[in-house]
Design a protein around this ligand. Structure first.
Ligand SMILES: [Zn+2]
Length: 426
């Protein structure tokens, strides 16, 4: 970990994402992990000043609401295959995992997220204690959801519900790691497991998350068994409430769209993963019109390959335009909201805005060369959503710590090399 330092961002275009979605011009002063001052030519006594020849663009760090970071070594190994083959390969990988392998995989995944401007994520896996250690070693932030499923379907040692409870007890109240409970999905967990997970969430006041209606096959299978589609069934058994981040929601009926909008805490839209696995197109613009809280997730690198929210914003919007046959749906501002303030709404991470007093979770973009000429005012958001990529990320500040500044600090590079060496052993 590095010592907290005062950081001055000089002469930036600031995409505040505040209530009025104001775009400001000026400096940002960061001290003690928080945004201390915003204005023109403010104090210059910082430990480090960040500036660039082209004006930097400052925006709130991205919040990724769905990841399986321990699967990072699967990048490039399970592509362009049938879903059944994909699931066989990923569960074979999961069953052979170890504490150390999960730890080093998490290190690489976190570095990849920092490099693309993500400052907070929700992970969904077992072995979250190893991921928590990686979070703490790097000085990062995350909600870590220990996955539960029926005992006869798991590759975890012991009972997944007891494992989840043990993990939650261990990390409840820890600053940078917020524990929560996940359920794999209706195809791997019955009513009893969903009930036990909901009880844990109530007992320890945590959030919940589950994969919901990701594939048409899942929906048909579940309907055959219960005469209910997955989200309707989850709602009937009391699992859909304000604590829930429902992931995917690709195949929802009209009444389920209303359930997701009115009862769930958030829907995590994972457009790249849904495209790559040919799962389908989630009814996001309809969910939005019903008032749902939509957030964005990358899913794992097995079904995405990138941990890159620029991709999710751009392709998430384009996909909805194709689905609805309407170029106006899900504009750039909506996508930036999904990636920042909407994630913060469910996770409670400083509102996802750049405002005085808020935690300093900030990304700085250097617009050279692909974002030039930078348009004025509202056009900047379109530039970010439709033209930017992780190559534009000049710096990533997490809780006031400068984790990336045109390169990682030496100690982070050391951890990266250690991870690569360990994972090369297979
Ligand atoms: Zn997933």
């Amino acid at each position: 970990m590095i010592d907290a330092m005062d950081i001055l961002v000089k002469n930036a275009v600031i995409v505040t994402q505040d209530r009025n979605r104001k775009i400001a011009n000026g400096d940002i002063y960061i001290s003690d992990g928080r945004i201390d001052e915003i204005g023109k030519d403010i104090r210059a006594d910082a430990d480090i000043a960040l500036k660039s020849r082209s004006r930097l663009i400052a925006l709130p760090g991205f919040i990724n609401t769905h990841a399986h970071i321990a699967m990072t070594p699967l990048r490039g190994k399970v592509d362009d295959i049938e879903l059944s083959q994909f699931l066989d390969a990923t569960s074979r990988f999961d069953s052979r995992n170890s504490y150390k392998k999960i730890y080093y995989s998490a290190v690489l995944g976190i570095l990849s997220m920092i490099r693309s401007g993500i400052t907070h994520f929700v992970d969904f896996y077992y072995g979250e204690d190893a991921i928590a250690k990686a979070i703490e070693d790097i000085g990062y932030n995350a909600h870590l959801a220990w996955v539960t499923l029926d005992k006869d379907k798991t590759t975890q040692k012991g009972d997944p519900i007891s494992n989840a409870e043990h993990f939650i007890k261990q990390y409840k109240g820890s600053g940078s790691v917020k524990p929560m409970v996940a359920v794999q999905g209706v195809y791997a967990a019955g009513k009893e497991t969903f009930g036990a997970a909901a009880e844990l969430a109530d007992k320890y006041d945590t959030l919940t998350t589950a994969h919901v209606a990701e594939t048409y096959f899942e929906v048909v299978q579940h309907f055959r068994k219960y005469r209910r589609t997955p989200l309707q069934w989850l709602s009937d058994i009391g699992f859909v409430n304000r604590r829930l981040i429902a992931v995917h929601c690709v195949w929802l009926s009209r009444s389920e769209i209303a359930i997701a909008a009115k009862k769930a805490g958030a829907v995590s839209y994972n457009p790249t993963s849904n495209m790559k696995l040919a799962s389908g197109i989630a009814p996001i613009s309809r969910l939005v019109s019903m008032g749902a809280n939509i957030t964005l997730g990358t899913d794992s690198v097995a079904s995405n390959n990138s941990l890159d929210m620029f991709n999710e914003m751009k392709y998430g919007s384009l996909l909805q335009k194709v689905k609805e046959g309407n170029a106006k749906v899900l504009d750039a501002q909506s996508m930036l909201d999904f990636a920042t303030v909407n994630g913060a709404k469910i996770l409670g991470e400083g509102d996802g805005t750049i405002e005085v007093g808020k935690p300093a979770n900030i990304v700085l973009l250097n617009p050279e060369p692909n974002m030039l000429p930078v348009p004025k005012a509202g056009g900047i958001v379109k530039d970010i959503v439709y033209a930017a990529n992780p190559g534009n990320v000049a710096a990533t500040i997490v809780n006031g710590q400068l984790l990336y500044n045109n390169g990682f600090a030496e100690w982070i590079e050391k951890l990266r090399d250690e991870a690569l060496k360990f994972l090369a052993r297979g």
